[in-house]
Ligand binder design. Structure first.
Ligand code: NAP
Length: 224
């Protein structure tokens, strides 16, 4: 544990596989984590399950999305793109002045292995467009499979590209990545999330073609 215990993270859509995995990893790294859901009951039940998996009751809590965001210093978004605008609208009153770390990637459920990005360019750009300048959006974790995250003991063989237009917000996201033992790369402006999100579909396709489940990315040739 470290002084990160002072930071509270809300994971909006944290009842899903990606958000739940991140919750377990991040709480273990010393953050306080609130699972957010459209249903407070579903959030609380999921938090109880995750605490049970980790053998530490009470570490992770659950709340309805807006309440979770109200209580948070940092907000992560882990929802399917089709639901993103609607969910952001419900949490918007509590997002003003906060950093939103979007984990979501625009993936067409009918053709997940084919890159199909939205008119804004990516789900992160879409979120920034929707929220305007009051909330700083950063993209991160798009290439980390929930299969890795779901087992908090399993080493993760994947680097993390972090894209954003605000330097402070990007550093906050990079700290989260490093806290769970992964290497974070400053991958440039939020516009570059187009590539990180497109890579998600490429990894889905590689998994399919090579009968794998854990395809990820590594940046080579850079000493950190
Ligand atoms: N799974 C992965 O390996 C992976 C890897 C990298 C990036 N991602 C991205 O991360 C995001 C989350 O992935 P996931 O696999 O965790 O997604 P998921 O399990 O399908 O959904 C996450 C949560 O979003 C909410 N949600 C789902 N459908 C909704 C709808 N139609 N309307 C409103 N809310 C809805 C649900 O929360 P409540 O019902 O509790 O509100 C759900 O538990 C996606 O954008 C995905 O592309 C996933």
């Amino acid at each position: 544990m470290s002084n990160q215990i002072l930071l509270t993270l809300a994971i909006v859509g944290g009842t899903g596989s990606e958000g739940s995995g991140l919750a377990m990893r991040l709480v273990r790294s010393g953050y306080r984590v609130i699972i957010g859901s459209r249903s407070a009951q579903k959030a609380t039940e999921r938090a109880t399950e995750l605490n049970s998996t980790m053998g530490e009751p009470g570490l992770i809590s659950g709340a309805e999305n807006l309440q979770a965001v109200r209580e948070a210093d940092l907000v992560m978004l882990t929802v399917p793109f089709a639901a993103q605008r609607q969910i952001i609208e419900t949490i918007r009153p509590a997002l003003k002045g906060k950093i939103l770390i979007n984990v979501g990637a625009c993936v067409n459920p009918d053709r997940p292995a084919q890159v199909e990005l939205p008119p804004a360019g990516s789900s992160s750009l879409d979120a920034q467009e929707q929220l305007g300048g009051d909330t700083r959006v950063v993209a991160a974790f798009q290439n980390v499979s929930s299969e890795y995250l779901s087992d908090p003991e399993r080493p993760i063989d994947c680097d993390v590209l972090v894209c954003g237009d605000d330097a402070e917000a990007k550093v906050a996201a990079m700290h989260l990545v490093e806290a769970i033992g992964l290497v974070a790369y400053d991958a440039g402006p939020l516009k570059n999330s187009i590539v990180a999100e497109g890579m998600t579909s490429i990894l889905v396709g590689i998994n399919k073609r090579y009968h794998a489940r854990l395809a990820g990315i590594r940046i080579t040739g850079v000493s950190q």
